[in-house]
Write a protein that binds this ligand. Structure first.
Ligand SMILES: Cc1ncc(COP(=O)(O)O)c(C=O)c1O
Length: 469
C-alpha cells in the first residue's frame, strides 16, 4: 500500500473527528470572542514546529484545536471589511469538493462540475436581473475585476498580440483598490485611471465623469472603460448605473460594474440596482453577501465572444476534440484560470438546501441591521453618522476631539480598543470627514440583539481610553 493511502476506517474516523470539531466550533460561536486574545509572537510560536519525517497520524489532528482557537472567528458579532459568514452547508460541500478533486478546466475533465457551475452562474445572473449573462467562478472580486478589465481592454483596444496601448479607465474616487491594481496589471498605467469625484452620497458624479471623458478625447487620448461601483467598499454607495450605462453606450465605452460587495443585494432590493443589466461585465462575490466560505468570486459577462477574445489561447495539449458544444466547452477559453477548484458545488448545494428565498431574507436582515445601527448612532449625542447608509455598511465616529487630527486619532484608538475588548469586531474607513468606524453587515448569524451591542462597546472603549489618559 502506498504510504499516503488511508484505509476506509481511518478516513471515516478522521472525518468524524473533523465534523465533530466543526460542529463544536459552530455551537460555541455565539460566545466566542470576536478576535482571539493573542499576539503575533504567540501565534507564530504555536505553529513553529518542524515538519515531522515520520507522520504523526491521527495525532496531527490534535493541533487543529489550536488552529481554531487562534483564528478570527466568524461570530455573529463580526462586521469588519466585507466578509461573509461562512454558511455551513457550503462548508460540507467543500469537503466533498476536495475529495472529488475535480479540475474544472473543461467539460471533459469535470462533466458534472462544469454543468453545475454553468447552471448556477446563469441562475444567479438571472436572479440579480442580468438574464442571459454567463461567466465563471473565480477566487474573488479582485480576480473578477482583473478579468473584467482584461475583457474591456481586448474589446476596445486589442492588445493580446501586439501589446498594450494607452487607454483611459474611469471610476469614482471611492472605487475598490483592486481596480487601480487591475489597471496596472493590464499594462494601462495607473496614471490613466481617472478617479472622478463623488457626490454627497459617495456616488460618482456623472457630469464630472462625462467631462473627464470629453477632456481626454480632446487631449487625443483613448477612453476605454468605466468601472461603476454597485456598493462601494467604504459606504456601500451605488453609482447611478443607468446614467453611466447611457453615457457608455453613447461614448462606446466598456462598462464594468464592480458589484463584489453590493450587487448580490439585487436579490432583495432590485430597485436599487436599475441599470445593472446594461453592464458589459459584472463582478460578484458570493463569499461576501451570499455567505459562502472563501473563496467564491464570480465574473459575469453578456458576450461570450468578448471573453474568448480576451482569454482564449489554447495549447495543442489542451485543445478539445469533442464536437458536441456542451462537451467541447472549456472554462479556460473564457477565464484567466486553467486549473480550477469545484467552487460551484458549495454554492449550488447551499442555494438548493436553503432556497433563494432564505438568502433574500438574510440579505434583508443585514439591510435592517444597518438601519438599526444607523438609528442607534444618530440617537446618541456622543456619536455621529458619517455617510448615508445605502446598503449594509455603516460609517460613524465618536464625536469628541479638539481638532480633526485628534478626532481621527481618538477614533483609531477606540477601534483598537473595541477589537481588544473582543466583544464586537468593526473595521475602519477614511471618508471626507476623516477616520470612520465601520460595521458592514453580511453576516447570517447576526441578530438585532448583537447589533445593539455595538454602541455600548464603542462608548465603553472610549471611556476606557479616557480613563487611561
Ligand atoms: C467593492 C469591492 N470590490 C472588490 C473587492 C475585492 O474582493 P476580493 O477581496 O474577493 O478580492 C472588494 C472586497 O472587499 C470590494 O468590497
Amino acid at each position: 500500500m502506498n504510504a499516503l493511502q488511508l484505509t476506509d476506517g481511518e478516513f471515516r474516523a478522521l472525518a468524524a473527528r473533523v465534523t465533530d470539531l466543526a460542529a463544536d466550533y459552530l455551537r460555541g460561536l455565539a460566545d466566542t470572542r470576536a478576535y482571539p486574545q493573542v499576539s503575533g509572537e504567540d501565534v507564530a510560536h504555536a505553529f513553529d514546529t518542524p515538519l515531522p519525517e515520520a507522520g504523526l497520524r491521527a495525532g496531527a489532528f490534535d493541533a487543529l484545536r489550536d488552529v481554531l482557537a487562534l483564528s478570527r472567528a466568524p461570530t455573529p458579532r463580526f462586521w469588519g471589511y466585507v466578509l461573509g459568514s461562512g454558511e455551513p452547508v457550503a462548508a460540507l460541500a467543500d469537503l466533498l469538493t476536495s475529495v472529488l478533486n475535480q479540475n474544472v478546466t473543461a467539460w471533459r475533465s469535470a462533466p458534472a462540475a462544469v454543468a453545475i457551475e454553468r447552471q448556477v452562474v446563469r441562475a444567479l445572473a438571472t436572479a440579480v436581473g442580468c438574464d442571459g449573462f454567463t461567466g465563471s467562478l473565480c477566487g474573488g472580486g479582485s480576480m473578477a475585476n482583473l478579468m473584467g478589465l482584461a475583457m474591456a481592454r481586448e474589446a476596445k483596444l486589442p492588445a493580446n498580440e501586439a501589446g498594450a496601448r494607452v487607454g483611459v479607465v474611469y471610476a469614482s474616487s471611492e472605487v475598490h483598490m483592486s481596480i487601480p491594481k487591475a489597471v496596472a496589471l493590464r499594462g494601462l498605467g495607473r496614471e490613466n485611471l481617472r478617479l472622478v469625484p463623488v457626490d454627497r452620497q459617495y456616488r460618482v458624479n456623472v457630469e464630472l465623469l462625462r467631462a473627464a471623458v470629453a477632456a481626454d478625447r480632446a487631449a487625443g487620448l483613448e477612453p476605454l472603460a468605466v468601472v461603476a461601483s454597485a456598493g462601494t467598499v467604504n459606504t456601500g454607495a451605488i453609482d447611478p448605473l443607468a446614467d453611466i450605462a447611457a453615457m457608455c453606450r453613447e461614448q462606446r465605452l466598456w462598462l464594468h460594474v464592480d458589484g463584489a460587495y453590493g450587487a448580490l443585494a439585487a436579490l432583495t432590493v432590485p430597485e436599487q440596482f436599475a441599470g445593472l443589466d446594461a453592464a458589459d461585465s459584472l463582478s460578484l462575490d458570493a463569499h461576501k453577501w451570499l455567505y459562502q466560505p472563501l473563496d467564491c468570486g464570480m465574473l459575469l459577462f453578456r458576450d461570450r465572444a468578448a471573453a474568448r477574445a480576451a482569454f482564449s489561447f489554447t495549447g495543442d495539449y489542451a485543445r478539445s476534440i469533442a464536437c458536441d458544444p456542451l462537451e467541447a466547452f472549456a472554462f479556460f477559453d473564457e477565464s484567466l484560470e486553467l486549473s480550477r477548484r469545484f467552487r460551484a458545488l458549495k454554492l449550488w448545494l447551499s442555494l438548493r438546501y436553503h432556497g433563494l428565498g432564505a438568502f433574500r431574507a438574510s440579505i434583508r436582515a443585514d439591510l435592517q441591521h444597518a438601519q438599526q445601527l444607523a438609528h442607534l448612532v444618530s440617537g446618541n449625542a456622543a456619536l455621529e453618522l458619517l455617510a448615508p447608509v445605502a446598503l449594509s455598511a455603516v460609517c460613524f465616529r465618536y464625536r469628541q476631539g479638539a481638532s480633526a487630527a485628534e478626532t481621527d486619532q481618538l477614533n483609531a484608538a477606540i477601534l483598537r480598543r473595541v477589537v481588544e475588548r473582543g466583544r464586537v469586531y468593526l473595521s475602519n474607513a477614511t471618508l471626507r470627514e476623516g477616520f470612520a468606524l465601520r460595521a458592514c453587515f453580511v453576516n447570517h448569524r447576526t441578530t438585532p440583539a448583537e447589533v445593539a451591542e455595538i454602541v455600548p462597546e464603542v462608548l465603553a472603549a472610549a471611556r476606557e481610553l479616557r480613563g487611561a489618559i
